[in-house]
Design a binder for this molecule. Structure first.
Ligand SMILES: Cc1cc2nc3c(=O)[nH]c(=O)nc-3n(C[C@H](O)[C@H](O)[C@H](O)COP(=O)(O)O)c2cc1C
Length: 437
């Protein structure tokens, strides 16, 4: 039995604990640098290629909450750590300059991939100000550290991060869209001076449920696409890069790799029932839907470039092809083995033995279509690096899925590469993507 003084003591202790917690709770939450561990990421069983078939931009969201498990999975996919200590993205020149701000209703946080946690940054609801384009339950602000990367390399890394976010969001039944920002909409948040905002990605549940129909209309000398046995989560968990490349690749494998850089989905999208539109999306997003790259393929037989859909030629700058068939080709530009010359021009001798080198070549003329916004300026170049980074990330994931090796290499000397590939000044090879065993 407790006597009166014990009851008083217990009451006082309980009162103090409850009072102090309540009183200091706002301060505890609002403390800059406080860290909140995220739950372990979910294992997503959707096949790697299926997630690329389903890639599309989503701009209208319901009010439904994004759960901590979903957010954890998307942030891990973006740039988290694999269990062996590697990352889901390669980084550019092994430097990781990307930073993700996570804007929730209560506050702004920074994703910390090392602890897989959210670090408190600033109190308040910043979602509408930073994510002014589209209303969503979460806004992701993609920035890069200017002491580690310039706007081009920063853009390339954010392209890899953004691609992982989009593939994983769509695979979870959520949606997102890449929104390019000049000037950076994240600036009012007061990010440190050495950080530059570039992209905002709203994240939430799509208002229109995904509705894809498999229409693999495919007129080509290329073999049909194949689906690997690897899931998106496994590809992200086991992705890595190589420094030496050997072996041979079949026509089907070359076709598959070119497709995953810039190809069209075999699915048509019927999600937008209001407008009753039928859209065939590509495997990567593109600013204004311009898709200004030519994907070059260099093999022992010559230099080629990939035409994802010949029908694009009839309507050069439009994204929506009303579900028209895919008429895909590989055009030969030069006959002969140019791999050694390319390896020398890029300062990377080890890639000369790669059976396939893909080069995303930016056609600057395509970034200023007549009568439309001119995105050919130096300040916009970061967005094209972003797009090439997204295509490169697909190659790295696809190489993992087929047990092959790949790497993302930045050329030392772009003019030297232009000369080897007979490219004019308006055609810029941004990366080299060697692929082999
Ligand atoms: C670097 C970059 C910037 C973009 N900026 C915007 C944007 O500001 N607003 C927007 O609605 N979509 C933006 N997009 C998305 C494109 O409009 C979209 O990818 C393109 O129209 C193709 O549509 P899809 O992704 O649904 O296939 C951007 C895409 C990229 C890669």
């Amino acid at each position: 039995m407790l006597n009166g003084s014990w009851v008083r003591k217990v009451f006082c202790i309980v009162f103090c604990v409850v009072f102090c917690n309540t009183m200091f709770l706002p301060f505890a939450i609002a403390e800059s640098g406080d860290e909140y561990l995220l739950p372990p990421p979910l294992s997503v069983e959707m096949k790697q290629e299926e997630s690329m078939f389903r890639r599309m931009s989503v701009r209208d969201f319901t009010n439904d909450t994004v759960t901590d498990e979903e957010l954890s999975t998307i942030l891990w996919a973006a740039c988290g750590f694999q269990s062996d200590g590697d990352r889901t993205i390669p980084g550019i020149n092994t430097t990781f300059a990307g930073i993700i701000y996570v804007l929730k209703e209560d506050a702004a946080y920074i994703y910390n991939p090392v602890n897989h946690s959210l670090v408190f940054f600033k109190a308040g609801d910043w979602r509408d100000e930073v994510g002014w384009q589209y209303v969503a339950p979460i806004q992701l602000g993609l920035c890069y550290d200017t002491t580690l990367a310039d706007s081009c390399f920063g853009g390339a890394e954010l392209g890899q991060i953004g691609q992982n976010i989009q593939l994983m969001a769509n695979a979870l039944g959520l949606g997102t869209v890449v929104c390019g920002q000049i000037p950076p909409a994240i600036e009012p948040l007061g990010i440190p001076e050495n950080q530059e905002g570039m992209i905002v990605m709203p994240l939430g549940h799509p208002i229109s449920v995904y509705d894809f129909r498999n229409r693999p209309l495919w007129f080509s000398t290329f073999p049909r696409l194949k689906t690997s046995p690897i899931s998106l989560s496994t590809a992200l968990e086991t992705r890595n890069e190589s420094t030496s490349f050997h072996g041979t690749l079949s026509k089907a494998e070359i076709s598959q790799f070119l497709w995953c850089t810039y190809g069209f989905s075999p699915y048509v999208d019927r999600s937008d029932q209001e407008r009753n539109s039928i859209i065939r999306h590509r495997v990567v997003p593109s600013a204004h839907g311009y898709y200004p790259f030519k994907m070059y393929a260099v093999t022992e037989n010559g230099v080629f470039y990939y035409q994802p859909n010949l029908l694009v030629k009839f309507n050069r700058y439009q994204v929506d092809f009303i579900g028209l068939p895919i008429v895909t080709y590989l055009f030969k530009k030069v006959t002969g083995d140019y791999r050694q010359e390319i390896a020398e021009a890029s300062g990377q001798p080890s890639i000369a033995s790669a059976p396939l080198i893909i080069l995303p070549v930016l056609d600057i003329e395509m970034t200023r279509p007549p009568g439309k916004d001119d995105l050919s300026g130096e300040e916009d170049r970061r967005f094209w690096y972003f797009e090439a980074g997204a295509a490169a990330q697909n190659v790295l994931l696809e190489a993992t899925a087929w047990n092959l090796s790949a790497a993302l290499i930045l050329p030392d000397d772009i003019p030297a590469l232009q000369s080897v590939l007979y490219l004019d000044e308006e055609s810029l090879p941004l990366f080299l993507l060697p692929i082999g065993t």
